[in-house]
Design a protein around this ligand. Sequence first.
Ligand code: ZN
Length: 158
Amino acid sequence: MNITKDTVVTLSFRASDAQGKLLEDGKTPRSYLHGGYGNTLPGIEKALEGQSAGYETSVTLAPEDAFGERDESLVTTIPKTQFPPGVKVGGQLRGTDDQGREAVFNVVKIKGPVVHLDGNHPLAGQSLTFQLKVLDVRAASPEEVAHGHAHGAHGHHH
Ligand code: ZN
């Protein structure tokens, strides 16, 4: 079976950054629903379109095709007194940015009374290389298409 819209693709998925640092070791297979559902990056879908099980490829995506360029306006500080208890460096905080859009902020540093937050994706501004191996391709169930994600062992769990 070939990878087309509304197929569920199971991949071995290794990812590394521009410095060659391994971000994802590929030991755990992942399934996603193919066809523009936002389950994986568009550049990865494009590289796999029309391929079948056994296909291997390597894709390098520029930041704008991966997790975006860094936006320094999303780097901010808040007083520690406004900080919910129990959140530590490396943790995340939900909030709204200057335009009132919902954003997830990563806690990067706590210095004295000030908490430093960064709303950028941790991989923003990075070129990423993915080594992909297609393990399995099957037709998606109507339920998966309705939900917009893959179910099963390596897919979404409810
Ligand atoms: Zn579902």
